[in-house]
Write a protein that binds this ligand. Structure first.
Ligand SMILES: N[C@@H](CCC(=O)N[C@@H](CS)C(=O)NCC(=O)O)C(=O)O
Length: 255
């Protein structure tokens, strides 16, 4: 039964990424990572939030995610203080003192400020993109949308991920439901050789990430590049494998 549920989870997550045309897979080769992490108030299954996260992967930008699932109260006060409301997505960029609400404004700002260009149509909240993003949430049965009883984490966790990664989505959903803030390190694909799962790349020959990138740093540390990868400074653990990570989060923070 467990393995059937797992297979359904992975399949529906692949379908969710397919519905979004695998946006949030490829990352720019350069990044102007700012001194401080931009903060995004987010809900994993929120259709507009997905477009913002896709934009962050494509810009190769790391951000801090503050989850605000439906019924969640842990960060609602903080968001209300910043924005006067509790609507997500909301961006707080301390580097430029910018506060913006809604995918349209946020995606446009991120591309303009961090890449000096307009946002591509595919990550803008057009009726088509929002419909496909809603369908993606639907095929995931709204996982990550509603808050669950949980214990708070003293410090934010760190997740290496990229938006379309079907396995990483399962972890992000859990972080969202449990209202656990995390530093999202985006390591999207930057060349053809990056395409495919870590143990079965489409590229022939030994795998080599582009030099001087987050991927090459990760490769030097771990001997491969695979997401999701979670670091929890609260317990000192770091781990691969989405199923293990989801179980760990449930065990450590679920109430
Ligand atoms: N069994 C692993 C599979 C992880 C996996 O295949 N992740 C893909 C992304 S969805 C990956 O790391 N691909 C290699 C890459 O992006 O370079 C899990 O459940 O976490």
């Amino acid at each position: 039964m467990v393995s059937l549920n797992r297979a359904l989870d992975v399949t529906s997550s692949v379908l969710a990424s397919t519905l979004r045309g695998w946006r949030g897979s490829m990352a720019s080769r350069t990044v102007q990572q700012p001194a401080q992490l931009p903060e995004i108030f987010d809900r994993e299954g929120c259709p507009e939030c997905r477009l913002v996260r896709e934009a962050c992967t494509e810009l190769n930008l790391d951000v801090k995610i503050v989850p605000l699932p439906d019924g969640g109260s842990r960060f609602a006060g903080q968001l209300r203080d910043l924005s006067g409301a509790t609507q997500v997505p909301f961006l707080n960029d301390p580097n430029t003192d910018t506060r913006l609400s809604g995918a349209q404004a946020i995606v446009e700002y991120l591309f303009r400020h961090y890449a000096n260009r307009s946002a591509p149509a595919q990550v803008q909240p057009t009726p088509r993109n929002l419909t496909l993003s809603k369908l993606a949430t639907r095929v995931r049965s709204g996982q990550g949308v509603k808050a669950r009883a949980s214990r708070p984490a003293q410090q934010p966790l760190t997740l290496y991920s990229f938006e379309s990664s079907p396995y990483s989505r399962l972890v992000r959903e859990k972080l969202s439901e449990l209202e656990l803030p995390y530093v999202l390190i985006n390591i999207g694909k930057q060349q053809r050789a990056d395409v495919g799962p870590s143990n079965f790349r489409l590229h022939l020959g030994p795998y080599k990430p582009l030099p001087n990138t987050k991927r090459s740093e990760f490769f030097a540390r771990h001997g491969n590049v695979q997401v999701p990868y979670l670091i929890d400074p609260n317990t000192g653990i770091d781990m691969f494998e989405s199923a293990d990570i989801v179980q760990y989060l449930e065990r450590t923070y679920g109430a």
